[in-house]
Design a protein around this ligand. Structure first.
Ligand SMILES: [Zn+2]
Length: 711
């Protein structure tokens, strides 16, 4: 993802600042959203006596499995809830969408306009039009409609809601909100004397030299990276690079490219001091003017950091980060991704804009990025299992402070409070292997906080139960103080299952002759056409022979036909599409793993699943994987691994990302738990909860909503 949008957002921000109008409502409803809360795993743990608060709520209330979305991916499922509709109306189908102009990929949750034209000024390019980033969601969110109708609404962290669309409701986005350098799940740091340096989408591994000249004080220096200064005018260098490319001087083009990168780089120097005078080493970090200290295995406080950006620092870009002292010998420090500053956000991380500062004033700086649990750093082995759980604990503690703040706001006005927790989902994804002897990925056993790794999923269920206990106690306290009874619903977007075998869907399509590679090509990362420097696709480029290809995969649960008139080099006519869908579906349903297990339990056409004006953008086939199976990361970005040459498209999932839910929705249902005995009007689905909320507040839902009130 490019970082430019953050800066553009800052320019757009000047002068806004809405006034939230939390009036008063006698109706009081709380929805506790727990990402990935599985109904069977919940009931097993209630039965085992692990979860006293869930047990109490379930005994006096109504517990039911909840229909999730096609496909059961968090951004899609939460969007079904946000809108009360199927994806055919809100338009979000996957974490990753195909870019239909180029067979490339784009993020599904937000999109940016190309910059209209630019004014070179003082060495910087000032965007004069466009450049704004916005949500792709094509249907109103429940809080927008309810706030317009005068209901006080508080949405404390909603997935797939960045950048937050203007509303008078108080909202904070979660999943999809980047860190300050624009990384979707944050770009973390590992500084070490003993690491191979490198950087990826989610991490910097930095090798440092520690000067141990003094016995008692060791020192090391490095940099914390800021966002690229994309406003700097480097058209001279860019022109030189284009010329080098044209003349085939790849070495020269690379060298100039590096020079451009360096010119755009912003950073702050970080100084690590290790004090060896005491029995235990102490870390003192200096970052700009700020100091932070930590003992071994501890975190510093959040520390402010500023990157001078525009016009020599007249527009500073600020953030917050914190450091964990991992080890003295070898020296090793982990750094949290630099967060967008909630006190002075470079792009809004709340509605109204100043709600983020209000929250930070109450609870201190916090993780503004979505998915703050360091799952990607754990996947990239910057952290061991104990350190991953420890970091995720800090996220849960922070969420506890947010809950306290949110209950204070909502308690005063009544109305609707939605509160979200993502840590349970993250730990189920990342720690499944610890409790699954049949999983291809295994690690040595260990423990954290006195709990073996194999029981850490139980532990996070207990942590969520504790949070529910706090919530229920506050609700009971409010009720004793008078007013209407409080309605409480606990819900999840989907359940959970093991993910042991992965399918390279594009390799399978190659093997079956649906995707045809250019002669001499056997594997590639992405099937996309190449883009010229204006971002326009160049026909005929890329690794695929589109004139012979009928289908391809981009995303985690879809197959897309190469349709004439829709894809840039489409060949499948409308008349051929239905028969081709049936042919591919039949073959997929017949697929068996080596032990005879069906790989997919259901495959549906777009028309069978989606209805609405956005349905035209859906993948043509929806893949309902069996428990244990899922699409590979490689195929999700449109890649072919080359395994098809060995007749292989199914391989072991030897990854810490070992639990999943991107399967047949029936196999990974979510959870609905309602306070009090109610008789549900139907088999509940995510969209029905939205309709129920509209009905509880007597607000007319938008036309076209699919959900039905449940009680
Ligand atoms: Zn998940």
């Amino acid at each position: 993802m490019k970082t430019g949008f953050l800066i553009l957002g800052a320019l757009a921000l000047a002068g806004c600042g809405g006034e939230a109008a939390p009036a008063h409502s006698d109706t009081r409803v709380v929805v506790f959203g727990v990402d990935g809360l599985d109904p069977e795993m919940l009931q097993e743990r209630i039965a085992a006596g692990m979860l006293p608060n869930f047990a109490k709520l379930a005994a006096a209330g109504t517990l039911a499995p909840l229909q999730t979305s096609w496909p059961p991916q968090s951004p899609v499922a939460w969007s079904n809830f946000i809108c009360g509709t199927n994806p055919g109306k809100h338009g979000l189908y996957d974490f990753i969408h195909v870019d239909r102009r180029s067979y490339g990929i784009k993020t599904s949750m937000s999109e940016s306009d190309p910059i209209g034209f630019e004014l070179p000024l003082f060495g910087y390019k000032i965007p004069l039009s466009g450049g704004a980033s916005r949500l792709t969601r094509a249907f109103p969110a429940f809080w927008e409609v309810m706030a317009d109708a005068g209901v006080p609404v508080y949405v404390h962290r909603m997935p797939a809601n960045f950048p937050p669309a203007p509303t008078t409701a108080i909202t904070y986005p979660d999943m999809g909100t980047p860190d300050l350098v624009g990384a979707a799940s944050g770009k973390a740091y590992l500084w070490s004397e003993d690491v191979t340096p490198g950087s990826g989408e989610s991490y910097y591994k930095k090798r440092v030299t520690v000067s141990r000249g003094s016995q008692t004080l060791w020192k090391a220096f490095d940099r914390v990276q800021g966002p690229d200064d994309t406003l700097k005018n480097l058209s001279g260098l860019e022109h030189e690079r284009d010329e080098a490319l044209k003349s085939g001087d790849m070495g020269g083009a690379n060298r100039i490219g590096k020079e451009i990168e360096r010119a755009r780089e912003t950073y702050e120097v970080v100084e690590f001091n290790v004090d060896r005078t005491g029995a235990e080493p102490q870390l003192a970090v200096k970052l700009g003017d700020a100091w932070g200290v930590a003992g071994l295995g501890e975190w510093t406080e959040w520390m402010p950091v500023e990157f001078g950006m525009l016009w020599g620092g007249l527009m500073p870009i600020s953030g917050w980060t914190r450091f964990r002292f991992v080890s003295a010998e070898p020296f090793e420090v982990y750094g949290a991704p630099v967060q967008i500053d909630p006190f002075a956000p470079v792009t809004p991380v709340s509605t109204p804009d100043d709600a983020a500062a209000d929250l930070a004033a109450a609870i201190g700086p916090y993780y503004t990025q979505g998915f703050p649990d360091a799952y990607k750093a754990y996947k990239a082995e910057l952290l061991d299992t104990a350190a991953f759980v420890e970091q995720s604990d800090t996220v849960m503690e922070e969420r506890g402070r947010m809950l306290d703040y949110a209950l204070g706001q909502w308690g005063a006005s009544g109305g609707l409070l939605f509160f979200y927790v993502g840590s349970l989902d993250m730990r189920c994804h990342m720690l499944w292997h610890s409790a699954d002897a049949a999983h291809p990925h295994q690690e040595p056993p260990g423990e954290y906080d006195g709990v073996p790794y194999a029981q850490q999923i139980d532990r996070v269920y207990r942590q969520v139960d504790d949070m529910l206990g706090v919530l229920m106690a506050r609700i009971e306290e409010l009720e004793r103080a008078g007013g209407a009874p409080v309605e409480l619903m606990v819900m999840s977007d989907h359940g959970f299952a093991p993910f042991r075998r992965k399918m390279h869907v594009n390799d399978w399509l190659v093997q079956e002759g649906y995707l045809v590679l250019k002669p001499g090509t056997t594997s590639f990362e992405m099937c996309a056409l190449e883009l010229d420097r204006h971002g326009e696709p160049i026909p005929g480029t890329g690794p695929v022979d589109w004139s012979k290809s009928r289908a391809y995969a981009v995303g985690f649960n879809g197959i897309i036909l190469n349709r004439a008139g829709r894809e840039p080099a489409g060949i499948v006519t409308d008349a051929q599409a239905a028969a081709l869908q049936e042919e591919i579906r039949a073959k997929l349903l017949a697929l068996r793993d080596t032990d005879g297990t069906a790989v997919l339990t259901r495959v549906l056409t777009a028309a069978e699943v989606f209805q609405g004006d956005q349905a035209q953008f859906a993948p043509d086939l929806q893949l309902g994987f069996n428990v244990g199976y899922g699409a590979s990361d490689e195929c999700a970005i449109g890649g072919v691994t080359g395994d098809w040459q060995q007749g292989a498209y199914l391989v072991d999932n030897d990854s810490r990302w070992s639990g999943s839910h991107l399967m047949d929705p029936e196999l990974v249902r979510g959870t609905l738990l309602v306070r009090g005995k109610v008789s549900l009007s139907k088999d509940p689905a995510l969209e029905d909860i939205t309709a129920t909320l509209y009905s509880r507040f007597g607000v007319a839902p938008p036309e076209g909503i699919d959900g039905k009130p449940l009680f």
